[in-house]
Structures are given as C-alpha cells and as structure tokens.
Design a protein around this ligand. Structure first.
Ligand code: SF4
Length: 156
C-alpha cells in the first residue's frame, strides 16, 4: 500500500483546481493499493487556492519553525501546510504505509527540488513540508519525476 499525491491520479486538488494526471500513476493500481491524499486540502486550504512557495528554506526548515510558506498574495499559510503534513503522517501510520510517491517541486509534496519562493518558476534544492515530515518519520518518498524516469528506463 502506498500514499500518492492525489493530483497525480487525476483528482482536481491542484491550486488552480486542476490536476497533474499521468496514466503511469494509475497503472500502479494493477500491483498495489494506492491511497490518494492532498496535504494542502487536508490542511484546510480551499481548491482552487492561491499558489504558495516556501520562503527562507525548505520543508525541513518549516517544520523547525525557521521558514514560512507564503502565497503569491503574501498570505502566510505555514500552519495549513504543517497541519496537512501531520494529517498525511497520521494516515500513513493508520495504514502502516512506508512508501509515498509525491508530486515533484510542490511546497508540500516536492522531494529534492522545490520552487524557490520567488514565484518566478525557479527551482532550488529542497523538500516540501509533507515530504520532509515523511522522511523524518522513516517513510520513503519517491518524487513523481523520479518515478516516471524509472518507467522510461524500464521501457527501453
Ligand atoms: S499538495 Fe500535493 S497532492 Fe495536493 S495538489 Fe499539491 S502536489 Fe498535488
């Protein structure tokens, strides 16, 4: 059983009310039970919502209280992001889940790379808030990009 960012299987949980559907993620269902989850929605944010990025660090820093998550309009949504991350962790613990596939670059779900806080479509090294909390709790996180690269490799 694995947790997956809900937008990857076509649920319209993305900030703009759309999704990041790719058939490859639904194909996982042939082999495993997947639990779709959106930490931003679970943290109490509406859909659609203003896009947000992490300012002053990454998800690990947000969890330590030294970085913030701020929307493009300047609203501090850090507490929503932290709440959503803990809801995701709660779900993982209920089901004993030890692996997650999360959408790359997202301030919640990104792993290894996230948007840099400038809202200029720039990337920096770092991890989103939920992905960071998962990693701190021994849950393996595979970024959606990494997963798709693996798929392409096996096709060759
Ligand atoms: S928070 Fe994660 S699951 Fe929710 S829309 Fe963003 S990337 Fe997808």
């Amino acid at each position: 059983m694995i947790i997956i960012s809900s937008c990857l299987i076509g649920l319209n949980s993305k900030y703009n009310g759309e999704n990041n559907y790719d058939k490859n993620f639904l194909d996982i269902l042939k082999e495993e039970i997947i639990i779709p989850f959106c930490p931003e929605q679970a943290g109490g944010l509406p859909t659609p919502r203003s896009p947000a990025e992490i300012s002053g660090g990454d998800g690990f820093d947000v969890l330590k209280g030294i970085a913030r998550v701020v929307t493009k309009d300047g609203v501090d949504v850090t507490e929503n992001y932290i709440k959503g991350a803990y809801e995701a962790l709660k779900l993982a613990k209920i089901y004993g889940i030890t692996k997650a596939i999360l959408k790359s670059k997202s301030p919640s779900c990104g792993c290894g790379e996230i948007y840099d806080g400038s809202f200029k479509n720039k990337i920096k090294d770092g991890t989103g808030v939920t992905a960071a909390l998962f990693l701190e709790n021994g849950i393996q996180v595979i970024s959606s990009e990494e997963f798709l690269k693996g798929k392409n490799k096996t096709k060759k």
